[in-house]
Design a protein around this ligand. Sequence first.
Ligand SMILES: [Zn+2]
Length: 89
Amino acid sequence: MEIISRQEAKLLGLDTYFTGKPCKYGHVDYRHTEKGGCLGCEDEHTHLSFQIHHPRFNEVMTDLTLDRPFDLSDIMSPKIQSMLEEMAA
Ligand SMILES: [Zn+2]
């Protein structure tokens, strides 16, 4: 991995750049030139935030939690993800 600054990445028109320094969550990973976020953070949060911000999220969760307590692991489950994707289609 070549270490370059965000400024250089912008000038070169790169989507991502690499500083070799850890992000505030400790990932040493590529970062988005535009957003500045690291890809390691994105991997960890993409699925969760996609689901929570999905317009149909509450609807899906209500359906699923009618007969049992809500569990955070439900949010991360592939089943929920596929349900949301179907609804969004
Ligand atoms: Zn990170």
